[in-house]
Design a protein. Structure first.
Lengths: 133, 140
């Protein structure tokens, strides 16, 4: 039904269409009218109608609000979309990811500072002037 | 904690939930942070999604709102679940990432310039140790 762009690459519009179909479905399952959902979300009925028909695109903040009002996780709206072909980080990126995640968890400002200092000291200056000493 | 709130009144709605604009900005900031965590530039991410660098920049800064479909593409390209971008939104009243993000950016850039793998690992180990809650009873 949806026309994926290149092989396996799904376009943003295709996903938008999927999301609004899921939104509509969820609203109906909950037994809500467009009017009622609009009221709960604090928007007017026309706006809600435009979301469901695709006349207006739903931004992520609005979608969050809809999820809350309907009592579903944000992922609900995306269920059923293909999940293969996802990005797989390289070994180096995995280490960096773990490092970053832990870095964010560090409570003491001085400890974070020390880690940044150490990284700077270990970094090889192969492109000088890139970000100053 | 998502509850079914079918009988919520409009007055309850306003009580302490992030507004859509707030959520839009929050998602943009989370996106920025995760991109930096991967050591990716805005340019690289923009190319992967097929948008301009300026557009990507505007998403991260909250100048342009991210569409639901666009976020899906971004999540795929970065290899995370959609929910990742919303994590913490309910509890954190606002995303105050600037200092943390600036440090993270510097850490990430320098990390990518470290040529010795052992050195990169030492750094990761140290971060892990420092991130642990104070007990640290089962450090390897």
């Amino acid at each position: 039904m949806t026309a994926p762009k290149a092989a396996g690459r799904i376009g943003a519009q295709d996903v938008d269409r999927h999301v609004r179909a899921r939104l509509r479905k969820c609203r109906i399952i909950r037994g809500m009218t467009q009017q009622r959902l609009a009221e709960l979300a604090g928007i007017n009925y026309q706006q809600e109608h435009r979301y469901e028909t695709g006349a207006n695109r739903i931004a992520v903040g609005r979608l969050y609000q809809m999820a809350r009002v309907l009592g579903v996780d944000i992922g609900y709206f995306y269920e059923g979309l293909e999940s293969e072909g996802r990005f797989v980080p390289t070994a180096q990126q995995r280490v960096l990811l773990e490092l970053s995640r832990n870095f964010i968890k560090i409570q003491k400002q001085e400890h974070r500072g020390a880690l940044v200092e150490l990284a700077r000291a270990l970094a090889e200056p192969h492109d000088e002037g890139a970000m100053g000493a | 904690m998502t509850m079914i709130r079918e009988h919520m009144t409009t007055t309850q709605k306003a009580a302490g939930h992030p507004r859509p604009q707030h959520a839009d900005r929050y998602v943009g900031a989370r996106l920025r942070e995760y991109r930096i965590m991967l050591g990716m530039t805005q340019q690289q991410l923009a190319r992967l999604i097929g948008i301009t660098y300026q557009q990507e920049h505007k998403y991260e800064k909250g100048i342009n709102r991210i569409g639901a479909g666009r976020l899906y593409q971004i999540a795929r390209v970065l290899g995370v679940d959609i929910g990742y971008f919303y994590e913490g939104l309910q509890s954190e009243r606002r995303f105050v990432p600037t200092t943390r993000q600036r440090m993270l950016l510097e850490l990430s850039r320098n990390f990518l310039k470290i040529s010795k793998q052992e050195h990169r690992e030492v750094l990761a180990d140290l971060a892990r140790a420092l991130a642990e809650p104070h007990e640290g009873a089962m450090a390897a």
